[in-house]
Design a protein around this ligand. Structure first.
Ligand code: PSU
Ligand code: MN
Length: 302
């Protein structure tokens, strides 16, 4: 375990006692949702984990310390601070050495969850392969190939190339599980038209798959895809034109590197307002609940 890892006492106790803990990311707070609502949403996600009987562990880097489980004050600080680095795998050494602040992406949060001994992580959407830029492939996909953490998400946003994203996950050896769905969900909408091979109905079936995974000593991650609840869905046909506009704007503004995803998220949010926000918040809470149920199912026979 790296010496820079620091635990919230509640998380530390829960882990020592073998209780259910769910890791949560922080880039969605700093770069994925508009302030000041981002802080309320982050709190609601933690509350959704607690309601199921598990302990939330939001991950971030604060003054160079890798922090597992934030206090309410730390969460407010992170959600309102400027110049918080978006931290994927390659950003960790720099932000830690310079004692700066960082929000962890899916890749970054998986790394920390694994160090901390947290098996389940809930988020909104993973990064993927960018449309029209097949070499712009999120580090999330490679982390899923190398780090044994289960990631609960609502699929990936249609700003991405979803068929290529699924191909990379296959190449990386990552099981992609549909929770009560036959299709890869497209974040705002329940369906992408892309079939999944693997469907499960319950959290305990997922826990059984994770236990078998660990018994074999396998080192890759697992992707659990949980469609947005129907009542909060933003149908793909409606999202389509907004997404295309956001992609054109990114080309015009010559956005590149780690700025691409936050730029597209911001544009989609600006162009669609409440419609996308409602789906975004609903799916985050829905994933937090499922993540907690899986973490609880994993501890069931302890
Ligand atoms: N997709 C979303 N919301 C998000 C992200 C992705 O719908 O907040 C964030 C996550 O933290 C994800 C990161 O890990 O963006 C991916 O960034 P990139 O494509 O640069 O790897
Ligand atoms: Mn990229």
């Amino acid at each position: 375990m790296p010496p820079q890892l620091h635990f919230h006492p509640e998380v530390k106790t829960a882990l020592d006692q073998g209780k259910a803990v769910v890791a949560l990311e922080s880039t969605v707070i700093t770069h994925g949702l508009p302030a000041p609502e981002n802080i309320q949403v982050a709190r609601a996600i933690e509350a959704a984990v607690r309601e199921q009987g598990a302990v939330p562990a939001t991950v971030a880097i604060l003054g160079g310390e890798i922090t597992v489980g934030l206090t309410p004050e730390q969460l407010v600080y992170l959600g309102s601070a400027k110049n918080v680095h978006k931290c994927s795998r390659r950003d960790f050494p720099v932000v830690v050495a310079r004692a700066e602040d960082g929000a962890t992406t899916v890749a970054g949060t998986m790394m920390v969850a694994h160090w901390a001994g947290i098996r389940v992580f809930a988020t909104g959407g993973i990064g993927g392969v960018h449309r029209g830029h097949p070499f712009d492939e999120s580090a999330d996909l490679l982390e899923l190939g190398r780090t044994p953490v289960a990631v609960v998400c609502a699929g990936a946003k249609a700003i991405l190339d979803l068929p290529l994203t699924l191909e990379v996950l296959e190449t990386q050896g990552v099981p992609v599980i549909g929770y009560q769905t036959n299709e890869f969900p497209a974040f705002y909408s329940r369906s992408s038209g892309l079939p999944l091979e693997l469907r499960v109905e319950t959290a305990s079936e997922i826990a059984a798959i994770l236990k078998a995974h660990d018994q074999m000593g396998l080192t890759m991650g697992t992707l659990i895809t949980n469609p947005v609840p129907s009542a909060d869905e933003w149908p793909a046909v409606e999202a389509q034109s907004v997404i295309e506009q956001a992609l054109r704007d990114a080309e015009t503004d010559r956005i590149s590197g780690k700025a691409v995803t936050p730029y597209l998220l911001q544009r989609v949010s600006d162009l669609s307002g409440e419609r996308s926000k409602k789906a975004n918040i609903a799916l985050l809470l829905n994933n937090a609940r499922l993540g907690a149920q899986i973490a609880l199912a994993l501890t069931a026979d302890h």
